[in-house]
Ligand binder design. Structure first.
Ligand SMILES: NC(=O)c1ccc[n+]([C@@H]2O[C@H](COP(=O)([O-])OP(=O)(O)OC[C@H]3O[C@@H](n4cnc5c(N)ncnc54)[C@H](OP(=O)(O)O)[C@@H]3O)[C@@H](O)[C@H]2O)c1
Length: 248
């Protein structure tokens, strides 16, 4: 294996756009076959598939609402039936909900916790048996898993919980499978488009970020690649903060 090359199949949730797409492309460029999921962005899924295929690796996508337990079970059943072995599972799909206390209804709470926290747990529970020896799980948290705003309670709770879930899963699945996490800062994607397209907010974030810029999706993809690389096989249960120093 040449330096920088990886082997095997990686399953990325939310691989059609944003950070998940960059993870899928970065790992495809490194030699991995890709399975990715998406929820409703079919056009983006088709173009992601084309881009990945052009890199000379295999790709398969599944449309699945991961906030629905029954659809999730159905999805993991299909993956197992396909007899694929997975080198890494990247739990990336997520939604942001910025509601304050009195605006957070039960349904919204459950949806955010369901997609951001329950889905990664179910995916690991249902798929760890088909992860290869020396394989990995990488969860995507957020700097808001550590710091707190006075809103977005479901989002922040889900992102804090997944950091600890990473640690408990790492203990149970060691030494066969490593489980790590990446906590991004402000990254330019659709999730916070309103923020980075607003000049004053864009500049405000730049000003309070020691690295003096917003994050790019590749910043997160490179961190995921580092964590799943067997060369870094003594790292487990860790959360790598990739935020340009904003959380310092
Ligand atoms: N962007 C940031 O600044 C930032 C910072 C910290 C952490 N993060 C985390 O990074 C991860 C990726 O975020 P992003 O910025 O790339 O977000 P994004 O651009 O909004 O993309 C979200 C992804 O999640 C998928 N998704 C949404 N609802 C889903 C559902 N019900 N079932 C299955 N998949 C669903 C979307 O698929 P469709 O296109 O089909 O809807 C899409 O692929 C998230 O976990 C997020 O919390 C992001």
């Amino acid at each position: 294996m040449l330096s920088g090359e990886l082997h095997g199949t990686v399953l990325v949730t939310g691989g059609n756009r944003g950070i998940g797409r960059a993870i899928a492309l970065t790992l495809a460029k490194s030699g991995c076959n890709i399975i990715f999921t998406y929820n409703s962005g079919t056009k983006e899924a088709t173009s992601a598939e084309e881009e990945i295929l052009a890199l000379g690796v295999k790709v398969k996508s599944y449309r699945v609402d991961l906030s629905s337990t029954s659809k999730l079970e159905d999805f993991t059943g299909k993956v197992k039936e396909s007899r694929v072995r997975i080198f890494a599972l990247v739990n990336n799909a997520g939604i942001y909900n910025g509601d304050v206390l009195n605006e957070t209804n039960d349904e919204e709470w459950e949806k955010t916790i369901g997609l951001n926290l329950t889905a990664p747990f179910y995916l690991v529970r249902n798929l760890h048996s088909i992860i290869e020896d020396r394989g990995s799980v990488v969860n995507i948290s957020s700097v808001y898993g550590f710091r707190a705003d006075a809103w977005a309670h479901s989002y922040q709770a889900s992102k804090a919980a997944i950091i600890h879930l990473t640690r408990s899963l790492a203990k149970e699945l060691a030494p066969r499978i490593r489980v790590n996490c990446v906590a991004p800062g402000f990254i330019k994607t659709d999730m916070n488009r309103e923020g980075w397209t607003n000049e004053s907010f864009h500049n405000k974030i730049k000003k309070v970020t020691p690295m003096a810029r917003w994050g790019e999706v590749e910043d997160i993809a490179n961190a995921v690649k580092f964590l799943i690389d067997p060369e870094n096989g003594f790292i487990t249960g860790e959360t790598l903060v990739v935020d340009g120093g904003i959380g310092l």
